[in-house]
Design a protein around this ligand. Structure first.
Ligand SMILES: Nc1nc2c(ncn2[C@@H]2O[C@H](COP(=O)(O)OP(=O)(O)O)[C@@H](O)[C@H]2O)c(=O)[nH]1
Ligand SMILES: [Mg+2]
Length: 175
């Protein structure tokens, strides 16, 4: 059975590396290096290359889990990473100043890919900052005419991340 490929994207700090590590069946390959910009206040490192992990479903299907670098300046790598990809998981950090702007940026930059495949959205860190709410995100998506499934998740929680993955698989099966 051929491995299928899912892509995790979202701003630095949204939980991509954590989500992949939480569900991967082997310690993921991650390339985090120290960042020297303003992000270092938020966290010590930011991903400048990618994460790679893998999970095998009960039916034997292997899913490769690929995390993109977060920043828009690495878009050239996004375009490489999505090749052969079957779906996109967008993680949005609710603590950031303009999370809707973040979401719009990823949906716009990956629009061609998600039109061909599918996407799910996980809002992280709602436990730390509870606005905007999940309802606000769903209204925002409705206004944009992009009604992708969206959930509040914690990237450190295995069940939450598996739920996102299963939702994406279900969307792909029914589309
Ligand atoms: N409180 C809280 N922390 C989270 C959540 N999701 C991720 N984190 C933490 O946020 C930090 C940044 O996550 P990381 O995976 O490095 O983000 P990345 O830059 O997208 O790869 C880590 O310390 C995670 O443990 C969440 O929903 N709530
Ligand atoms: Mg990372």
């Amino acid at each position: 059975m051929k491995q299928i490929k899912f892509i995790f994207t979202g701003p630095p700090g949204a939980g991509k590396t954590t989500a992949i590590a939480t569900i991967s069946e082997f310690p993921p390959v991650s390339t985090d290096v120290f960042s020297t910009d303003s992000l270092s206040k938020l966290k010590d490192t930011t991903t400048v290359a990618m994460d790679f992990g893998q999970i095998t479903l009960e039916n034997g299907q292997k899913i490769g889990l690929y995390g993109t670098p977060g920043q828009r300046r690495f878009k050239f790598m996004w375009d490489i990473l999505i090749q052969g990809g079957l779906g996109l998981i967008v993680l949005i950090d609710n603590r950031r100043p303009e999370p809707f702007k973040d979401l719009a940026m990823y949906l716009d930059n990956f629009s061609e890919f998600i039109e061909k495949t599918d996407a799910v959205i996980g809002i992280t860190c709602i436990d730390i900052k509870d606005t905007p709410t999940l309802d606000d995100y769903q209204d925002f998506l409705k206004e944009r005419g992009q009604i992708y499934p969206s959930f509040a998740i914690d990237a450190r929680n295995k069940d939450d991340v598996l739920f996102l993955l299963n939702t994406l698989l279900t969307c792909l099966e029914t589309s």
